[in-house]
Ligand binder design. Structure first.
Ligand code: SF4
Ligand code: F3S
Ligand code: FES
Length: 240
């Protein structure tokens, strides 16, 4: 489809600018081979809207900073090809559930930091100090692989933006927090028990508030197994 003209309808609003109001603005540009939303937005900013705000760092699906709502779906701009939109019309909105910085840029960092502090998102080992004289704890490759599988979260915020429970209840922990706790629960080096997790997981702000809407599972760009992990944590909390 290279050569066709694409239409981008982009949410524009700068909360810092006095008198600015939210609006959708259209831009057109010719599609090129292998064009991603990242490439298109850069071209729009270079040639048509120099003040357009959006975030990108790695351009490779690793940093999580380019998440936005593309034709109604929260996903990564750098991994989304324009050729996947046969109509050639693409709408872009900032992720909901996070504070808007401007246009397509949102502050996911404050949310992720608060979530990390709330769940103590680090390994709780028996000994406090790490010693280079002690041999590392052995771990079976299969277990290390399973932990790694759950540890692939890039903190993009798509699962939070796609969750209606989170939209209705600001204090809801959200799927990203559940996934991180599931990862530590699997890790034998972490000394925390189900009882230790109970105050963050075993209530309406935790897994019992989740309405199993599965927007997290459907929209996680890293295909993390939210459905099975939430079910697992729920069972665990019932027996805590
Ligand atoms: Fe993004 Fe998936 Fe991590 Fe949620 S769990 S923040 S959707 S990578
Ligand atoms: Fe939200 Fe996922 Fe539960 S979308 S309601 S956290 S299943
Ligand atoms: Fe890093 Fe898209 S720019 S994930």
């Amino acid at each position: 489809m290279t050569g066709r003209l694409l239409t981008f309808n982009i949410f524009r609003f700068d909360p810092q600018k006095t008198g600015d109001t939210p609006k959708m603005v259209s831009y057109t540009l010719p599609e090129t081979d292998g064009m991603t939303i990242f490439i298109a937005l850069n071209q729009i900013r270079e040639h048509q809207a120099h003040d357009l705000q959006f975030d990108f760092v790695c351009r490779a699906g690793i940093c999580g900073s380019c998440a936005m709502v593309i034709n109604g779906k929260p996903t990564l701009g750098c991994r989304t090809l324009t050729k996947n939109f046969p109509s050639g019309v693409i709408s872009l909105h900032p992720l909901p559930a996070f504070k808007l910085i401007g246009d397509l840029s949102v502050d996911t960092g404050t949310f992720m930091r608060e979530m990390s502090e709330r769940i103590e998102n680090w390994l709780h080992e028996e000994k406090d100090a790490v010693s280079i004289d002690v041999i590392e704890t052995r771990m079976e490759p299969e277990l290390a692989e399973a932990i790694y599988e759950l540890d692939r979260c890039i903190e993009c915020g798509c699962c939070v933006a796609a969750c209606a429970t989170k939209a209705m209840k600001d204090t809801f922990l959200g799927a990203v927090g559940f996934m991180k706790l599931a990862r530590f629960d699997l890790d034998p080096r972490d000394t925390r028990t189900a009882e230790d997790y109970y105050h963050v997981l075993g209530n309406e702000d935790g897994v019992f508030g989740c309405m199993s809407l599965l927007g997290c599972q459907d929209n996680c760009p890293k295909d993390l197994p939210h459905q099975t992990q939430i079910a697992y944590l729920r069972r665990k909390m019932l027996t805590a």
